[in-house]
Design a protein around this ligand. Structure first.
Ligand code: ADP
Ligand code: MG
Ligand code: MG
Length: 272
């Protein structure tokens, strides 16, 4: 038997590239949990590494932060791999944006502040997420807005090898250096900047549609916020975005620097 008998399936929560996520009641504890299910046959068909969910689980297990989905357990049977995490009662920022069209600077700052707290934490632990985007940032509405980062399926440890290689994540969010060669944890900061731009404008950062043409565009003209400022962003926000979307990764803000920027000063005071 597997721990699967402990999980009573209640409803469908979402779908990713290769997974389906169900809301379940974990019978022994009475908790609501999210159960991510990956069909083994699908991994074989797509020639994907079957150990990817195991790696995702082991990275998630090593993290413990209020803005990161809490890990419960990981197991498998003949047909599937299973990853049980904390259930986030809300929706993804992707779905929320579809309803709202745009986020105000105030709400976007609340979201980005918590995303950066999580990034600062896992970067300190030597983990790069490599897939920060709207679909992987979950929102819960308790008394206040609560952000939970999930989907560590593309994450890696950089504590042993100082630089990483390999192209992961959605094309829109790729930092230019990811396409050029080795890169560091700063790629997550770039993705965070792209995410912030999308939240504030409801627009894609590139006009190209296919991943290949987007990547070509990133190599030729990586996304930059322009002086013309067509969206009437406040000067503080313009300055903040430029520091996240700095092309040179060494000059790009770290998560700690971003958290100290004046665009987030209102959030900082509340959380101190
Ligand atoms: P993939 O690696 O296949 O992209 P994700 O881990 O991103 O899978 O999960 C896919 C979707 O399932 C998410 O975009 C979200 O809509 C939903 N989801 C995942 N985990 C949770 C959770 N803990 N609580 C609520 N919804 C979730
Ligand atoms: Mg995902
Ligand atoms: Mg994934």
């Amino acid at each position: 038997t597997t721990p699967l008998i402990d999980y009573h399936s209640l409803s469908f929560l979402g779908r990713g590239g290769f997974s389906e996520v169900m809301l379940c009641k974990h019978r022994p504890s009475g908790d609501l949990r999210a159960l991510k299910i990956i069909r083994k046959s699908l991994l074989v068909k797509q020639q994907l590494d079957p150990s990817s969910l195991i790696r995702e689980a082991s990275i998630l297990e090593s993290l413990n932060h209020p803005n990161i989905l809490k890990f419960y357990e990981c197991f498998e049977d003949d047909t599937n791999y299973y990853l049980a995490t904390e259930y986030c009662a809300g929706e993804t920022t992707y779905k929320r944006l579809r309803k709202m069209q745009k986020f105000s600077e105030e709400v976007a700052a609340k979201v980005i502040y918590q995303v950066l707290l999580a990034i600062e934490y896992f970067h300190k632990k030597g983990v790069i997420h490599r897939d920060i985007k709207l679909e992987n940032v979950l929102l819960a509405f308790e008394d206040t807005l609560q952000v939970k980062i999930g989907d560590f399926g593309n994450a890696c440890h950089f504590s042993f090898c100082k630089k990483s290689t390999g192209i992961f994540g959605s094309a829109f969010y790729l930092a230019p250096e990811v396409l050029a060669g080795p890169y560091t944890e700063k790629v997550d900061i770039w993705s965070c900047g792209i995410m912030l731009y999308i939240l504030l404008t409801g627009k894609a950062p590139y006009n190209e549609k296919t991943p290949e043409s987007i990547k070509r565009s990133i190599l030729l003209h990586p996304f930059q916020v322009t002086k013309e400022n067509p969206h009437n962003f406040t000067p503080k926000l313009m300055n903040f975005l430029k520091k996240l979307l700095e092309i040179n990764p060494e000059k790009r803000f770290s998560a700690a620097q971003a958290l100290n920027h004046s665009w987030l000063s209102h959030e900082k005071r509340k959380n101190d």
